[in-house]
Write a protein that binds this ligand. Structure first.
Ligand SMILES: [Zn+2]
Length: 197
């Protein structure tokens, strides 16, 4: 087991406890670079390990891991501006499964859809943090829990599905599309209400 693994285990088994440098050095197997490994856990793996820079009650050399769940890797280092730009461009909709932000998730309706920012080409494959390489992805897809294929359904399949749906669901869909495309809706309605020759 490497020093980073030892430290990760140590933090995870001491959640919420303030740990000092002596304890961490010992837990790392006594290596001199233990602090660098801690930074890697924080910056590369996303563990929210707090120091005196994050919390005023911590002294220099004290560390605390608050939760076992790391922040999603893609979320780190992306500015608020970029985040809102991407969410807006993607219509606050998961680009993998189509779930809308705040709505019950199609795969697990007990969960409200939470959107994250993901990379289209993964960073490990050379993808950048440029907005053109970013997209909205919900937490369910991010966790790989969604079995919905990323392929977009064809309009033929969609229409077939919609025809089979109940009227109130169809009306719900109409409302969704009218809100999504207000200008197009106005144009279409204007055309259809103009007198026919
Ligand atoms: Zn999704």
């Amino acid at each position: 087991m490497g020093a980073r693994d030892l430290l990760r285990d140590f933090f995870l088994s001491h959640l919420g406890q303030v740990l000092d440098s002596d304890q961490l050095r010992e837990a790392s197997g006594g290596i001199s670079e233990w602090a660098r490994r801690v930074r890697e856990l924080r910056n590369e793996e996303g563990f929210q390990i707090l120091t005196h820079n994050d919390r005023s009650d911590l002294k220099p050399g004290q560390y605390v891991l608050l939760t076992a769940r790391p922040e999603p890797a893609f979320e780190r280092g992306i500015s608020k501006e970029t985040r809102s730009l991407v969410l807006d461009r993607n219509g606050f909709t998961c680009q993998m499964c189509g779930a809308g932000a705040g709505e019950p998730h199609p795969v697990d309706p007990t969960r409200k859809t939470r959107l994250h920012i993901g990379h289209i080409i993964d960073k490990s494959m050379g993808g950048t943090d440029d907005p053109s390489n970013l997209r909205a992805v919900c937490s369910v897809c991010n966790e790989g829990a969604s079995n919905i294929t990323p392929d977009r359904p064809s309009v033929i399949k969609l229409k077939a599905q919609i025809r089979k749906a109940r009227s109130d669901d169809q009306l719900e869909l109409l409302k969704f599309l009218l809100e999504k495309f207000p200008d197009h809706a106005a144009t279409i309605l204007a055309k259809s209400s103009s007198p026919r020759t």
